[in-house]
Write a protein that binds this ligand. Sequence first.
Ligand code: FCX
Length: 437
Amino acid sequence: ASILKKRLVELMPGKQEALTKMKKEHGAKIVDKVTIDQLIGGARSIKSMLWETSLLDPLEGIRFRGYTIPELQEKLPGYKTGGEPTPEALLWLLLTGEVPTKEQCDALTADLHARAKLPAHVEPMIRAFPKGMHPMTQLSSAILALQTESVFASEYAKGTSKKKYWEHTYEDMLNLIARLPEVCAIIYRVSYFDGVVPKYDSKLDYSGNFCQMLGFNDEAFHELMRLYIVIHSDHEGGNASAHTCHLVGSTLSDPYLSLSASMNALAGPLHGLANQEVLGWLLGLQQTLKEQGKEVTPETITDFAWETLKAGKVIPGYGHAVLRKTDPRYMCQRAFALKHLPNDPLFKLVNTVYEVMPTVLTEHGKTKNPYPNVDSHSGVLLKYYGLTQYDYYTVLFGVGRAFGVLAQLFWDRALGLPLERPKSVTSEWLEDFIKKN
Ligand code: FCX
């Protein structure tokens, strides 16, 4: 078995026992209450699920197994010494809670490369998709098509024991993560180019190979992709893509079915699709002002933002269901831009938008959080390195998100978490409840 799997086998009994003990000794303790507002309003901030890999604080933002993003950048091994953390290192951390050594990361890279081969039917299927099919629809469908290889599904059909669910999930998780780069590269090269995909290169790390298969050989872009995948991986359990994976997986649908469902949630404009919407909004702003013969200034940006709001639309990339300050995932992309592309005009535009938008949204008076989220910055970085096809951006978010939700799915099965099934009520039930209370 791989060294990662061995470590997980060592860690699992302790975690399983601790959870059983907690349930037995403290199972009746009350952690939260639910108001009618929350019941109608999308269950916002009700503490009602277990999610081990990350935790979100409204003001500080995300911590992955206790580490902030700057701490990950400092502690996790990079591809090169001092470089951005690699997704392999992050996966190790998410799964074990421990910071891996460079050797452990290299072993995981090799393991992923060894699992990367696609089953024969997937590539022809992607190539046969109609032109113009959204890349997220292609990704979700391709993940479903990969499901023919699910170890979990085939072992379950053979009658495997509950005690082995974690092991089948582990295999599916690594196989699926390993196969995403080629799937996503085919989608990219077929959707926007001549369909020729550069050959898989197992001499590179996970992100480096992914980038070169997309057609990008600039080492700075590879560094961006490492950071990009890491920061997009996990955002605790209640966000729509994470929650979907957890919910679907709780029925013992295998990791392929669960991740495909998760990607469909990510494809919504209020969630992952916002990154494509942001770039569209910025370019629309530039274009409109150019047509009107106006300069891009804080004043003209403010006017354009008000037009968006008055048209009954949201400002993409701003606001958040949980965060109440600027997203640290935004700040770390901003730091990357300041280091690598300080003079890029679009980066300057994003900065000016950042200067005015919180004031506009505060004056608008609706959103609980007038600050930018992760999606506000990613498009500018990708575009700078030549990845200009913005309806592809959410696919990259999806690759990142797979690392987080699948790592948690592993623990869902290792901890034997049950079918998820919250209680719903009708509005008549609520009216009756109000009368009595
Ligand atoms: N522009 C305009 N109005 C906004 C807004 C924005 N950026 N953000 C929130 N609002 C509005 C809401 O639409 C809502 O209006 P309503 O009362 O008419 O329905 C009101 O403010 C209160 O919403 P709020 O409680 O602050 O936010 P929610 O938790 O309901 O929704 C999202 C959070 C993220 C969906 C919301 O802020 C939004 O639509 N933002 C723009 C889209 C976006 O950037 N999504 C990406 C989020 C994230 F980072 C990710 O998942 O990738």
